[in-house]
Write a protein that binds this ligand. Structure first.
Ligand SMILES: Cc1cc2nc3c(=O)[nH]c(=O)nc-3n(C[C@H](O)[C@H](O)[C@H](O)COP(=O)(O)OP(=O)(O)OC[C@H]3O[C@@H](n4cnc5c(N)ncnc54)[C@H](O)[C@@H]3O)c2cc1C
Length: 261
């Protein structure tokens, strides 16, 4: 069961322009959270930002009862959040999401992320690395948006970083590097989170090559608990029957064969 509580901000760091890492103290969330879960954060009491903002859990530090998240300033809500200070309380609902990444012992997995979609993949890579070979592919628009290189190095056997414009590391889309590596040996599983065009490409690749694939969707969201149906996505079951599911309630992680994006 998720909790709703005022959680103290115990750490705040600006990673690059417009991107912040927050650490919050919460014994309950740290204990309950799983890779792929997210938090619904109340950024202020103002009517303008009345709805909580969904942000993925980036890192779980159970020993210190701390949970971390990273976000990019997009609009009013994240702008206000970025101004919050260490020592203040943030009202948080979480951990949320019933569909989380399938964590188990694999021989080899591929993790692919793009932009703000890389954040939930860190806790996943960290957890999987204990028992599996982890190859990670991260794509960014340009050098200014690159974050977490050292952190992902630590939790990956191989890390490929790409920029669309070639301003840092490899030039091109991360998926092209994943495809190339798969020619030598297929991973047992692919996990992805990122912009829609990346997810669509990963989905097709996984299905065509019969590699089980999970996609974490970061659709626009309202309530976070399945009440407002603002984050509906079309899914189909094994018999091809179509049905709407909700990213907040059934996801945010979906089997690539199930979800229509
Ligand atoms: C499950 C989930 C996990 C998420 N995890 C993270 C995370 O770890 N880090 C992070 O930086 N962001 C994450 N997001 C996206 C984040 O919630 C939005 O960027 C944020 O709510 C925008 O709020 P705002 O008030 O700043 O912007 P708004 O004023 O609401 O919107 C500003 C601009 O951002 C666009 N936008 C808003 N929400 C989204 C969205 N979900 N996807 C794409 N575009 C959007 C709007 O269309 C608009 O152009 C996540 C979203 C979901 C649903």
């Amino acid at each position: 069961m998720p909790i709703q509580a005022d959680c103290k901000i115990v750490g705040k760091e600006k990673l690059t322009t417009g991107i912040y890492k927050f650490s919050i103290k919460s014994k309950e969330i740290a204990e309950l959270a799983k890779p792929g879960n997210f938090l619904e954060i109340k950024v202020s009491d103002s009517l303008e930002t009345f709805l909580r903002r969904p942000i993925s859990i980036y890192n779980i530090d159970r020993e210190n009862e701390v949970v971390e998240f990273i976000f990019q300033v997009k609009g009013k809500g994240t702008e206000i959040l970025a101004e919050r200070k260490i020592g203040e309380d943030l009202n948080i609902l979480g951990p949320l999401g019933n569909g989380t990444f399938s964590v188990k012992h694999y021989k080899k997995v591929a993790i692919i992320g793009g932009g703000i979609g890389i954040y939930p993949l860190y806790e996943l890579a960290k957890t999987l690395k204990e028992n599996s070979e982890v190859n990670t592919y991260l794509g960014f628009r340009n050098k200014d948006l690159v974050t977490l290189e050292e952190e992902f190095e630590e939790v990956s056997d191989k890390l490929v970083m790409t920029t669309d414009d070639g301003s840092y590391r490899e030039k091109g889309f991360a998926i092209e590097f994943l495809k190339e590596d798969c020619k030598a040996e297929k991973p047992e599983m692919i996990f992805a989170c990122g912009p829609l065009p990346m997810l669509k490409a990963v989905q097709s690749f996984g299905i065509e090559n019969e590699i089980p694939t999970e996609l974490s969707l970061e659709e626009r969201m309202g309530c976070g608990i399945g009440a407002c149906v603002g984050c509906a996505v079309l899914t189909k079951n094994k018999d091809g029957e179509e049905k709407y599911k909700y990213v907040c309630q059934h996801g945010p992680v979906f089997n690539a064969k199930e979800v229509i994006i």
